[in-house]
Design a protein around this ligand. Structure first.
Ligand code: SAM
Length: 397
């Protein structure tokens, strides 16, 4: 692949000589040329910028040097077969860079990068070349850098590592974050097996490849739900290692209310027996109450082959993400779904949430054990509700 990068600071691009990129260049996989835009200026000061039409702060990069630079590079006789390059213009107002975009660019034989500075490049350059070449304005994130050089290097690196032969082991590309499965990568470990008292998860030492693959998938799913719930589709298929069927997780809808009412009644009977209290709200609520609950709370429901088998909800109240109605159908209990639902609802907490809080019956020892294991500690035993224990956990930052 040929890459040309035009900048007023070509020295900024020196890291392109290092590490895997440098190796790929020496191996002939990448043919990178950097150019100083000022060589296409004709005045004593090598001027590349001027004041903006319409006034305002900052300077704008002039069209003439850019056009001369791009024309001269595009008509380079060395360019194989007189191909036309894709012109990439890093810009905070461009299309956000993603792994699929990197993969698409990796299929191009020739990329030319135009690195802006100041307030950017005169729009007419972009408009003109859009009619001559293919042009893409790409952003590397929702923040503003001082120049396009770092952005160009980010794009080049994300593209180059997808080129066949670039990575020592191409399998590294299939399991990493943002690979086609769409999940973030699972946590990784290396020797020693115990470091400062911290052990590597035993499954990774088991030699059981199927179990390891399943554990990694679970971890990737949990991590994605926690850190990047936006990457999970609104209806996400979840496969937990303890279950042999895949589950669909969706936001609760009004139409889920009848099934949710049945599920909560069946789930809270044992709670009522344990705590000698038959008037628990989940047992006495009406269908309308459940509908209102779905609408008033952030609610998730889980289905297995269409059947509603789990749910949880939460609501922000004075900086606390109050979690409730964590329920799992009796035949799905003890297989990791409750833990997954708890982690999932925690991951949905808005930024303002400082703590997570939930409650259970004081005699519900199994629930109490699970919540303590998940980091919750007894917060209060409300005197007005002697059978209730409120548990709290600070939000991890
Ligand atoms: C200071 S910025 C110009 C910002 C521009 N005035 C705006 O508000 O959109 C100068 C140059 O840095 C580069 N740049 C800044 N932020 C970027 C980002 N998030 N992604 C890609 N390029 C960026 C672009 O090449 C841009 O022309």
């Amino acid at each position: 692949m040929r890459i040309d990068i035009i900048s007023i600071f070509p020295g900024y691009l020196a890291p392109l000589e290092l590490s895997l990129l440098g190796r790929a260049r020496h191996a002939g996989l990448l043919d990178i040329h950097t150019h100083d835009l000022r060589q296409w200026t004709h005045d004593r000061h090598h001027t590349v910028d001027d004041t903006p039409y319409g006034g305002g702060a900052g300077m704008v990069m002039k069209a003439e040097p850019w056009a001369e630079a791009i024309d001269s590079i595009v008509s380079d006789d060395d360019a194989a077969d007189r191909l036309k390059p894709l012109l990439v213009i890093p810009s905070p107002s461009g299309t956000p860079l993603t792994q699929p975009i990197a993969a698409r660019l990796a299929a191009e034989p020739w990329l030319v990068f135009a690195c802006g500075r100041y307030e950017g490049i005169d729009q007419r350059v972009i408009d003109h070349y859009s009619s001559q070449l293919r042009v893409e304005e790409i952003s590397i994130g929702d923040f503003v850098l001082s120049g396009g050089e770092v952005a160009a290097m980010v794009i080049v690196e994300s593209v180059a590592r997808l080129l066949p032969g670039f990575m020592g082991n191409a399998a590294s590309l299939t399991e990493e974050s943002h690979a086609p499965g769409g999940l973030l990568e699972y946590p990784v470990y290396t020797k020693p097996a115990v470091w400062r008292g911290r052990e590597v998860p035993p499954v990774l030492l088991s030699g059981d490849h199927a179990k390891i693959a399943q554990w990694r998938h679970d971890q990737a799913l949990r991590r994605t739900a926690k850190r990047r719930p936006d990457l999970l589709h609104s209806s996400e298929s979840v496969q937990l290692s303890e279950l042999d069927t895949s589950l669909m997780v969706t936001r609760g809808q009004r139409g889920d209310a009848p099934e949710l009412l049945s599920l909560q009644r069946s789930c809270w009977v044992s709670e009522a027996q344990l705590n000698s209290a038959l008037d628990l709200p989940p047992l006495v609520e009406s269908l309308t109450d459940v509908r209102n609950g779905i609408e008033g709370w952030t609610t998730f429901v889980v289905r297995a082959e269409g059947r509603l088998v789990g749910s949880v909800r939460a609501r922000l109240d004075d900086g606390v993400w109050r979690i409730g109605r964590l329920m799992v159908a009796p035949d799905f209990q003890g297989r990791g779904l409750g833990r997954w639902l708890l982690e999932h609802i925690e991951s949905q907490a808005p930024l303002e949430a400082r703590a997570f809080e939930l409650f259970t019956g004081s005699r519900s020892t199994r629930n109490l054990r699970h919540y303590r294991k998940a980091g919750y500690r007894t917060s209060v035993i409300p005197p007005s509700e002697p059978g209730i224990v409120v548990l709290r956990k600070p939000r991890p930052r």
